[in-house]
Design a protein around this ligand. Structure first.
Ligand SMILES: Cc1cc2nc3c(=O)[nH]c(=O)nc-3n(C[C@H](O)[C@H](O)[C@H](O)COP(=O)(O)OP(=O)(O)OC[C@H]3O[C@@H](n4cnc5c(N)ncnc54)[C@H](O)[C@@H]3O)c2cc1C
Ligand code: FES
Ligand code: FES
Length: 472
């Protein structure tokens, strides 16, 4: 990889080129902005929850075109912003207010000014992406004006004009990220463009940390003050991008942002659609990846139960070559995976065809948290039940997060269901078995007993909600 300009990198801030040459790799974009005088962008929680720090960055949309995306600048390491165009609230008004600002003023959507810049930037990105809806605002908290005037302001927005300066700029932006090396005071940030280079870097720096969307690592950096000597960004690695169909499987690149999956995979796997619906908020989904969700090996990672219920395989690459790991054996212990040193998750393969003998497949996912959006699961569950013509279970997959040290399937109960008629009676017996299947922990979010109850109750909910599909 090119090292010539390793002491500096460039970004464009509100249309002005900036050269960064004096910042640790783990400085956040938010800190950099505020230190550079762009104090309109606020810090609230510093962990991705409140949206006060929202800015728009140039990025690829699911079709590879340039787009503005709302992101939490408190989570984004500055080096990950290299070569991007960043727009803050200071950069959007011209001789008059930007249409988004005007809508908020006219609608009375602003009071304290602390949360407002974040709302404005979320709406700004959605205005140009053509997806202004409630979901555009789910990652922004307001504690004083209330959401009604803000929602009214959003609803009053039209579409940008063709000669809108931001539409014009977007047309001129190259969304592809080039490879990049940045070094500062013993720290290094590498952004290779292909898998071979990424694997080589991992050989050279065996203690390096892989970084994708940084929605998890950003919290480590901010809240837990962790520092990383060497970061290898996977954002530009082409083998980790794209969603393709191969031999009856859907292959999802490990570094594809979840917001792309929402549109590209829509309607293929209902369990995935539903879980993405409740996954964090748009700013996080614009950055978070499937590879990162598996990489954390969190017992409450929401996408793991979905992948377990769909019998996915994890494609990995390392010094010894490539291999596929059955997701059921991917999580080996609390926050441990089957990845060998030097290995990277490259993609996730989800079979599209149910096992032989299946006449109907029913599949759904559920997330129980303390609030609807932008919350951590108490229990997440994903179920796939394949039925034959007569309504007998050919294969069942019952997968959970939040009930054990790893995401886990209830294999004993799956075996019990196989060959049984899919009836309320069968499900009731399965519920009883599920109550004994796991030994979850009690914590601030929920007691062990509540989690055990949920594991069975969610199965019954699944049965009731999908009855008409199962009978079809
Ligand atoms: C406000 C907020 C809300 C959240 N809500 C949810 C939620 O609703 N549900 C949920 O499940 N999670 C949630 N998360 C956690 C986080 O967003 C997810 O785990 C996300 O999928 C991580 O992806 P990332 O690309 O950002 O990973 P990163 O932060 O970049 O990396 C996470 C870990 O994975 C490793 N890694 C990344 N890519 C790879 C790869 N290709 N191969 C091997 N290792 C890799 C990294 O080294 C690191 O250890 C939330 C986080 C925040 C801050
Ligand atoms: S400061 Fe709260 S999301 Fe960034
Ligand atoms: S107007 Fe600031 S918290 Fe809502």
């Amino acid at each position: 990889m090119a090292e010539e300009s390793a002491a500096t990198f460039e970004l464009t801030l509100n249309g002005e080129r900036q050269i960064v040459d004096n910042a640790p790799t783990t400085t956040t974009l938010l800190d950099h902005l505020r230190q550079s005088g762009f104090v309109g962008t606020k810090e609230g929680c510093a962990e991705g929850d409140c949206g006060a720090c929202t800015v728009a960055i140039s990025a690829e949309d699911a079709g590879g075109e340039g787009q503005y995306q709302a992101v939490n600048s408190c989570l984004l390491p500055l080096a990950a912003a290299a070569d991007r165009h960043i727009i803050t609230v200071e950069g959007i008004a011209r001789s008059e207010l930007h249409p988004v600002q005007k809508a908020m003023v006219d609608g009375g959507g602003s009071q304290c000014g602390y949360c407002t810049p974040g709302f404005i930037m979320s709406l700004f990105a959605a205005y140009y992406a053509g997806n202004v809806d409630d979901r555009a605002l789910e990652g922004n908290l307001c504690r004083c004006t209330g959401y009604l005037p803000i929602r009214r302001a959003a609803a009053s927005l039209g579409r940008p004009a063709e000669d809108d300066p931001f539409t014009v700029t977007l047309d001129g932006l190259s969304p592809r990220l080039p490879e990049r090396t940045y070094r500062y005071d013993g720290q290094a940030f590498f952004r290779p463009a292909d898998l071979r280079s990424a694997l080589q870097l991992l050989q050279t720096y065996p203690k390096a940390t892989l970084i994708a969307g940084a929605t998890d690592l950003g919290v480590e950096i901010n809240k837990h003050r962790r520092r990383f000597a060497t970061l290898i960004s996977l954002e530009a690695v082409k083998e980790l991008q794209g969603v393709t169909e191969t031999d009856g499987h859907l292959r999802i690149g490990a570094a594809v942002p979840l917001s792309h999956l929402e549109s590209v995979c829509q309607g293929i796997f209902p369990a995935l659609d539903e879980m993405l619906r409740w996954f964090a908020a748009r700013q996080i989904r614009n950055r978070a990846t499937l590879g990162g969700n598996l990489g954390t090996a969190s017992p409450i990672g929401d996408l793991s139960p979905v992948l377990l219920a769909l019998d996915a395989e994890v494609e990995v690459a390392g010094p010894a070559g490539g291999r596929r790991i059955d997701i059921a054996s991917f999580f080996t212990d609390y926050r441990q995976t089957a990845l060998e040193p030097g290995e990277i998750i490259v993609g996730i393969h989800i079979p599209k065809t149910p096992p032989p003998g299946t006449a109907r497949r029913i599949s759904r996912s559920y997330k129980v948290g303390k609030r609807g959006t932008d919350d951590i699961s108490i229990v997440a569950a994903a179920f796939t039940v394949d039925l034959d013509e007569g309504g007998t279970v050919v294969q069942a997959r019952l997968a959970y997060g939040g009930v054990a040290a790893t995401p886990v399937r209830a294999e004993g109960v799956e075996a019990f269901l196989t060959g049984k008629e899919w009836t309320l009676e069968t499900v009731s017996e399965a519920k009883t078995q599920l109550f004994e299947a796991f030994t979850p922990l009690s914590d601030l979010r929920g007691s062990a007993g509540y989690r055990r109850l949920l594991s069975g109750n969610l199965l019954e909910k699944f049965y009731q909600e999908t009855r008409t599909e199962a009978d079809r």
